[in-house]
Design a protein around this ligand. Structure first.
Ligand code: G
Ligand code: MN
Length: 471
């Protein structure tokens, strides 16, 4: 630790030594004048100077003595500080850290392992954002920009982090900036402590993990199928597989829980396994559409499952990537899927139109199928703007050589407008509700699917009908 007082004292000591050296030299040079003067009983100016120099020597010695004691004291204080820090580092349950101004860890105390589950060397070199709860990324960014702007660090900020075992830990922390000589912020150092351990939360987390592990191991996931109809031919073309759970909660909710306890991909693998058992019970010309997260698609176990099973005809399988999930690495998805798509696997973009980046997402994924979200269908017959949106999707699909499926078709008039706009496939309550019942699946083979009259009159009639209903 560099101490300004220490530095000044050292400088003073050097100055003292220099003055003393000049002084001693002067005394030595003039000593003969002094001795001669004393013998003759008359001390000349040179002798007086020698006396003066000798007297000064005493003062200089006293000053040197004082400075030496002071430096000794400072050195003791500094090594005390360092010993304190080392003890704190080794024993604290707090998380002491240092990072660059971009929030990349440059050091962490061993206590980190106890509170966050990672050893310091697993954190150093990585960004805060690799370990923060995604829900708090924005907050962390604003804390950082404020700290950079004010050059004052932060105080008692509460932020959620992800423990190595997947659960969320809330930390409260403070930091001070590290400044370069030119005043620029080059990093931060500080400490964080976990907020009082929430026993209830921990127990809930344990229970959730147990429930999901149990569902996976006991094969409690079942599959509901919903038919997908080719509109023009009024023919059953395939099904979407929808997972069903023992407590009847929605798959989204189960996946969210699984994500929280670090079991999302395992649960999805089990859902996929169940969906495949259904595929083998369906007529061979039908395809099965399965909802897959980007994480599942990039998981090696999933790829193995797809390539290792000789009984699995990939051309009967469609993977639906939902648009709600942020995809960080499109290149990786393409790389994984390319060899599988060559073997017939098809890719669909799910919920298109529900997010804000539909077109960009579709363009980046280059799917074989675009599935229009139900939200685009509401009021379709009465709202020309929505029809334009659907038409633009149809044109994009045409350009990409993709087909379009409308999801959530509930009325005949919706089906008619969709058909008129050039949508290829339809799925929804109008055609059939999802069903887990194999007998129902059997009945779908013989069903007469609703006709969507393709003449212009019919679509105009639908529009007129809707307008009448509104007025
Ligand atoms: O996003 P995804 O395609 O996975 O959504 C399918 C969900 O939509 C299923 O939960 C299914 O039960 C539901 N669903 C299917 N058909 C309809 C429909 O016609 N209307 C509504 N509101 N929901 C539907
Ligand atoms: Mn879907």
């Amino acid at each position: 630790m560099v101490n300004w007082r220490e530095l000044r004292t050292t400088k003073a000591l050097w100055l003292l030594a220099a003055v003393a050296a000049v002084d001693v030299a002067l005394a030595i040079a003039l000593r003969s004048s002094l001795v001669i003067g004393m013998i003759h009983g008359r001390v000349g100016w040179a002798g007086e100077l020698a006396v003066f120099a000798l007297a000064w020597l005493a003062v200089l010695f006293a000053a040197a003595f004082w400075a030496g004691r002071r430096i000794g004291g400072l050195t003791r204080t500094v090594s005390d500080h360092e010993a304190h820090l080392a003890a704190l580092h080794a024993t604290s349950r707090e998380w002491l850290w240092q990072a660059t101004s971009d929030f990349v860890f440059t050091s962490c105390s061993p206590g980190t392992a106890a509170v966050l589950g990672y050893r310091p060397e697993q954190l150093v070199g990585h960004s805060f954002f690799d370990f923060l709860d995604p829900a708090d990324h924005d907050q962390a960014r604003s804390v950082r920009s404020e700290a950079m702007r004010t050059k004052r660090g932060w105080h008692d900020v509460t932020i959620r982090w992800r423990h190595a075992d997947g659960h969320t830990v809330t930390f409260q922390g403070s930091a001070v900036p590290m400044l370069a000589p030119n005043g620029q912020v080059i990093g931060f150092r500080g400490s964080r402590r976990p907020m009082t351990v929430d026993i209830d939360a921990q127990q809930r987390w344990d229970a959730t993990r147990l429930r999901i592990t149990h569902a996976i191991e006991q094969h409690q996931v079942t599959v509901a199928l919903q038919p997908i109809i080719e509109i023009n031919r009024r023919a059953w073309a395939g099904v979407e597989a929808l997972a069903r759970f023992p407590d009847n909660k929605a798959p989204d909710e189960w996946l969210r829980d699984a994500q929280r306890v670090g079991l999302a991909v395992q649960l999805e693998l089990e859902m996929f396994h169940t969906a495949l058992t259904a595929l083998h019970r369906l007529p061979a010309h039908l395809h099965l559409s399965f909802n897959a997260s980007p994480q599942l698609i990039c998981d090696e176990r999933f790829r193995q499952r797809l390539v290792a099973d000789p009984g699995l005809d990939l051309s009967r399988l469609v993977l639906e990537i939902t648009e709600h999930t942020a995809i960080t690495d499109y290149a990786e998805i393409h790389e994984v899927l390319a060899p599988l798509r060559e073997r017939g696997l098809r890719l669909a973009v799910d919920d298109t139109g529900a997010g804000y980046a539909s077109f960009a997402h579709v363009l980046k994924l280059r799917p074989d199928l675009i599935k229009l979200d139900r939200s685009l269908l509401a009021d379709l017959s009465a709202d020309p703007a929505r029809r334009v949106l659907v038409t633009s999707m149809v044109l994009l699909a045409l350009e990409l050589g993709a087909a379009i499926t409308a999801e959530g078709v509930e009325t005949l008039s919706e089906l008619r407008v969709l058909a008129a706009l050039g949508v290829d496939y339809a799925q929804g309550y109008l055609l059939a509700r999802p069903s887990t019942d194999q007998q129902t699946w059997e009945q779908w083979r013989l069903r007469q699917w609703p006709a969507a009259d393709l003449t212009r009159d019919a679509s105009e009639a639908a529009t007129a009908n809707a307008t009448r209903q509104r007025s």
